[in-house]
Ligand binder design. Sequence first.
Ligand SMILES: *Cc1c(COP(=O)(O)O)cnc(C)c1O
Length: 384
Amino acid sequence: MSPASLTPIPFNRPHIADNQLDYLSVSVREGFTSGDGPFTRRATRLLRELTGAPHAMLTTSCTHALEMSALLLGLRPGDEVITPSFAFVSSASAFALRGAVPVFLDCRPDTLNIDEHRIEAAITGRTRAIVVLHYAGVACEMEVIGKIAERYGLAVVEDNAHGFGGSYRGRPLGSFGGMATLSFHATKNVQCGEGGALLVADPAVAERAEIIREKGTDRSRYFRGQVDKYRWLDIGSSYLLSDVLAAQLTAQLESFGRIQARRHAVWDAYHEGLADWAAEHGVSQPVVPEGCGHPAHLYYLLLPDLANRQGLITHLAGAGVQAAFHYQPLHAAPAGRRYGRTAPDGCPVTENIADRLVRLPLFADLDEGAVARVVEAVTGYVVR
Ligand SMILES: *Cc1c(COP(=O)(O)O)cnc(C)c1O
């Protein structure tokens, strides 16, 4: 068979969970389509069970949950937030939006997570928080980071968009920072198109988060019958997820175990099937340190250089396999330069790996035949 006759393998295809379409139609038919309806309550309960978080709130996106965390921290113009340069824009822009200065830190060459050994040198009198992103759902060194945060009185916010279902030394990711955010965007393990959540440890912070999420009002308390009218109490915005989306999210969360089993099977097949080829061609596979349970969010390879990374993407496209590079360093981006500052040591590792990284298709409905085709296509590439 010529490659052209094969069905293309997309980079991602959102999984449709059992009951997802039923719940969707129930939600639409019963007419509770705005936020905080019956499905939001169900999804929130499931989320608390799966993450162990004392307080969880569904939001319109992970970006908005990060914006909420910036509001909850009471950040003021000129405050500084230490954040990885190798990250999605939201873990910097959410704080810049409050006038805070993202201070970009380099990543570790093995896990591609924020380099915990560089954090202390980036702390100044204006530092207020450390933002961590568990890249590919592999945990940052939370023990070291937690100690630094405690010593300097800094908040820790976990951008846990990749790490839902992951763990560090037996504890779920998202339970280390005072606040953690999740994404249910179409590209994530559990998805409802667009959506997110804020996980909060402290009840007083959760109480304020509930107000910020409801336009700065105590409308949530009003709906629970705890106050007889709702009033404007704080600044805030509209961060509620529609119950139509929460309905789909409920079904996804109920299928979490099955989705994860399937994703792990794909991840493991890549890891095993590509090991010899990677070793032979000087290609690095993901590193999962002892004590890290990863949720098979993404599978990536580090090619020796940019030319080979592009070469592999083109080679795979020719075989009908859609592969993708990932984050471009935030410290070097136009808005990163304008609103942020690079930590004194610069971000040489980030600049290096951003050019060499490629992600392979990984989704729950990728069947064994397709996985075998991806492995065959990758191993057919000769590094030059
Ligand atoms: C997907 C993602 C986000 C943004 O999520 P949205 O729900 O689309 O706002 C933020 N951070 C990371 C690390 C992500 O992967």
